[in-house]
Design a protein around this ligand. Structure first.
Ligand SMILES: *[C@@H]1O[C@H](CO)[C@@H](O)[C@H](O)[C@H]1NC(C)=O
Ligand SMILES: *[C@@H]1O[C@H](CO)[C@@H](O)[C@H](O)[C@H]1NC(C)=O
Ligand SMILES: *[C@@H]1O[C@H](CO)[C@@H](O)[C@H](O)[C@H]1NC(C)=O
Length: 305
């Protein structure tokens, strides 16, 4: 039972996340018309987005995640190799088999997190390669967009594969893993928690790249300024986003933020990991950053009108 079509679960993983995005997007639109916006909703558009500047909650998450990455001791009850975790999984597997109780949200998130951590080992190398390749294509929207999508896809597959490997070690069949996800994500609250969680994992990947530059507060303000100005140029983004067909349109916010990061790099030589570090150091600029996120959303809406 453990070796049943891993390919299917990659698909289901992808589909589940897409469904989550759709549901939340609909909800956000409804809320927007009521002018009620909270922090969680702002994070909703960003769930695929590994390049976005964080908000307060996510920066806390990043710190937690960075802390826990350093904590890989098997005696630690947070580790998926710990006896207590394995015992817990076995108990939950029994409950699934006897009463169809899905694996707990907590166990599913631990496995997801462990998958991201495995990817983090190679992420810096992968990201640097993609940066070099795509920056040479910056003026060719079609090829640039393809490069960004290709990287995102590669990353998704790698994360999924790692999760399945971890499941195998824990003797969780891909079927039980997938079914548990589906059952757990039936509630809105669980979906939202998952999205915030995924977002913070993506941030952690960025944070796993060693930062080479110190950015001070006025330089960070300059970064925000460049991005805000560029976001006024709707036609610029349209050239790239119109390359996205069908389901690929869900990646528009990724394309926009990757473009913004490449433009900042071109002008100031700062990478995302430098900026992320500065954002954590200077939370004063949080308002600027949430303004950028609102503008990204607005650009997306205008490009697809
Ligand atoms: C992370 O670790 C640092 C230093 O060990 C500590 O000061 C900080 O409170 C921790 N943060 C979280 C969110 O656990
Ligand atoms: C990740 O890196 C390790 C060692 O650096 C290597 O063995 C492995 O093949 C890499 N995996 C991918 C998917 O690049
Ligand atoms: C920030 O760094 C730049 C470049 O190193 C420097 O010119 C500027 O004076 C610094 N600003 C502050 C407020 O430290």
């Amino acid at each position: 039972m453990g070796n049943k079509v891993p390919k299917a679960s990659i698909m289901i993983g992808g589909a589940a996340i897409t469904a989550v995005a759709l549901i939340l997007n609909q909800r956000r639109q409804r809320k927007n018309s009521n002018k009620g916006q909270n922090q969680l909703e702002q994070t909703q558009t960003e769930q695929f987005n590994e390049e976005q500047v964080p908000q307060e909650q996510t920066s806390q998450n990043v710190q937690q995640v960075i802390n826990s990455t350093e904590n890989q001791n098997p005696e630690d009850s947070n580790s998926i190799d710990s006896i207590s975790f394995i015992n817990r999984v076995n108990k939950e597997l029994k409950a699934f088999q006897e009463q169809q109780v899905p694996l707990s949200f907590d166990v599913l998130m631990k496995i997801t997190e462990a998958g991201f951590k495995l990817v983090a080992r190679n992420y810096s190398q992968m990201q640097n390669k993609n940066r070099n390749e795509r920056r040479q294509l910056l003026n060719i929207p079609q090829q640039y967009t393809l490069k960004v999508l290709e990287f995102n896809n590669e990353l998704e597959i790698l994360i999924n594969q790692n999760q399945l490997d971890i499941c195998k070690k824990l003797r969780i069949s891909s079927e039980i893993y997938e079914n548990s996800f589906v059952l757990q994500f039936q509630t809105q609250a669980a979906l939202e928690r998952f999205i915030v969680f995924q977002f913070s994992m993506r941030q952690q990947l960025i944070a796993s790249i060693p930062s080479q530059k110190e950015i001070n507060e006025s330089q960070l303000a300059q970064v925000a300024d460049i991005q805000l100005k560029k976001l006024d140029d709707i036609q610029f983004f349209k050239n790239y986003l119109q390359q996205l067909q069908g389901e690929d349109q869900q990646f528009s916010s990724i394309i926009i933020t990757v473009l913004l990061s490449d433009i900042v790099y071109q002008q100031l030589g700062f990478e995302e990991e430098d900026i992320l570090k500065a954002v954590l150091a200077y939370p004063v600029l949080k308002n600027q950053l949430s303004l950028i996120q609102q503008k990204v959303q607005a650009v997306m809406e205008m490009c697809f009108q």
